[in-house]
Design a protein around this ligand. Structure first.
Ligand code: 2BA
Length: 110
């Protein structure tokens, strides 16, 4: 049986996660993505793996990703609701990775 890991990874951590996946010879697809809230780039990894390798991959992601504070966009009424950056910005805690694991019904290479 297989699992599909969809991991949304902070850009700053994506390099080391991908290097480690390659070292472990784990196949993955890397997609450029954008966070809906911060509107900044992150990386979405699709990783299809055998069930027994799930703990290895989750461990690898945990070891290579860290939470950090990042500036949040400020909504200003003065500009009619458009997000704009101001000198003193509120910060939000952004995860190193958001991970979804789903069961794969069919895996076929055509
Ligand atoms: P963003 O949507 O850009 O969100 C960045 C961070 O901003 C989030 O970190 C969270 O701390 C904060 N945040 C998000 N929405 C918020 C809101 N409505 N009010 C206040 N603060 C908010 P993380 O939770 O670690 O998420 C990092 C990135 O992972 C997200 O970037 C998004 O691209 C993705 N993500 C997180 N949860 C997701 C979900 N349930 N489904 C799909 N993607 C998700």
């Amino acid at each position: 049986m297989m699992k599909m890991i969809t991991a949304i990874v902070n850009k700053k951590d994506a390099g080391s996660v991908c290097d480690n996946l390659r070292e472990q010879r784990i196949a993955f697809t890397k997609m450029a993505s954008t966070g809906g809230f911060l509107k900044t780039g992150n990386v979405t990894l699709l990783i299809g793996i055998e069930d027994e390798k799930l703990p290895l991959v989750l461990d690898l992601i945990r070891k290579n990703c860290a939470q950090r504070m990042e500036a949040a966009p400020v909504i200003s009424n003065m500009t009619g609701g458009t997000a704009m950056y101001q000198p003193y910005q509120p910060q939000v805690l952004v995860g190193g990775a958001t991970v979804f694991v789903t069961s794969v019904e069919l895996y076929e290479k055509i």
